[in-house]
Design a protein around this ligand. Structure first.
Ligand code: SF4
Length: 346
């Protein structure tokens, strides 16, 4: 009977060293293989040329490398690149490279589909099928780093967990992936260049605060009025704004890190003065930054971008209250790569 082979990248460096010792080899062989797997992103055992053929055959007999494969790569007229990424079980997720003059940002997925049900989001239409493993998240970053070097002649500079899925619903794997992305064994990218964007899961925000993580936190807020937020993000009925605010205050007390809010202004939903006032009030407890993001329609017409006057109303009120505010144009709209548009349409 054929036994299922284990994914070799689920082993730590120590476990890999132990494996070689138990099989009558030297522990440093584990280091060599580990480097191939993580620093050189080997897709097969064959490429491990400083390992004997006999040892590579033995690895092949015991393990698999469940590497992702970029199935389709699309380039937008504005330079944005979207990858449709095939996983070892043939499920597909998407990740995006966003270039600007000064930086290249990877927007990566953390789940296949999403269990939350944000009404404005294309990913919400795909039911959550599974969490991504740490190596599947890591591979998306490596693929985008390679594309950044190839097409823009510079390494990836920033990473945002804003693709498919709610990262805090796959907390352990997201943290393991970030460990690998930031470690010298992996890509050595500073945690200060990584932002985890959540729709706001209070319990997990507290856990992150307790673990004193070093990356940045962004919250997709979109309304600071419970009824309205619940109508567009139904889980807000369970994780209310008061709970979220308390968890964020705890986060700030522990990390002293400024909180970023992602906020889309929609016509007829959150474009009134009282929506603006509620946001200003919500932000008061800690240093905050609000990114007002341009909306990308997802073809059902229910949500429409608010007028420039409404955006200006937000900008003026936030600035008057010393809250940093930016207005963000979305990128990659022509290839459905913009915020909230990732839905495996390719
Ligand atoms: S916005 Fe994020 S959390 Fe909400 S449904 Fe979409 S992917 Fe899930």
């Amino acid at each position: 009977m054929e036994t299922k082979k284990k994914d070799i990248r689920a082993l730590t460096r120590e476990q890999l060293r132990d494996f070689f010792v138990k099989n009558g080899d030297k522990a440093f062989r584990g280091n060599q293989v580990y480097e191939w797997l993580w620093q050189k992103s080997a897709h097969s055992f064959d490429v491990m040329t400083n390992i004997s053929k006999e040892t590579r055959d033995m690895l092949e007999a015991n393990f698999v490398i469940n590497h992702i494969k970029v199935d389709v790569m699309q380039r937008s007229t504005d330079g944005t690149i979207k990858n449709a990424v095939r996983l070892h079980d043939d499920l597909i997720v998407e990740s995006v490279l966003i270039p600007t003059k000064t930086r290249t940002t990877a927007c990566v997925s953390s789940q296949v589909g999403c269990s939350l049900d944000c009404k404005f989001c294309a990913t919400a239409r795909l039911k959550r099928m599974r969490n991504l493993n740490p190596d599947e998240i890591y591979d998306q970053v490596v693929a985008i780093d390679n594309e950044s070097r190839l097409y823009f002649d510079r390494p990836l500079s920033n990473i945002v967990f804003m693709g498919m899925g709610e990262p805090l619903m796959n907390y352990n794997n997201v943290l393991k992936a970030i460990d690998k992305i930031t470690s010298k064994d992996g890509l050595g990218i500073s945690p200060k260049r990584i932002t985890v964007s959540t729709s706001g899961v209070p319990k997990m925000i507290r856990k992150m605060a307790d673990e004193e993580v070093k990356f940045n936190l962004a919250v997709s807020l979109h309304s600071a009025i419970d009824d309205i937020r619940t109508s567009i993000m139904p889980f807000n009925a369970t994780f209310t704004l008061a709970d979220l605010r308390e968890a964020l205050a705890y986060w700030y007390s522990k990390t002293k890190s400024r909180i970023t809010y992602e906020y889309v202004v929609w016509k007829g939903i959150n474009d009134r003065q009282k929506d603006v006032d509620a946001l200003v009030n919500f932000c008061r407890f800690a240093p905050s930054k609000v990114n007002l993001i341009e909306y990308n329609p997802i073809d059902d017409g229910e949500f429409q971008q608010a007028s420039n006057t409404a955006i200006e109303m937000y900008v003026n009120a936030l600035e008057r209250n010393n809250i940093i505010v930016t207005v963000r144009r979305s990128r990659g709209k022509d290839i459905d790569a913009a915020c909230g548009q990732l839905a495996n349409k390719t």
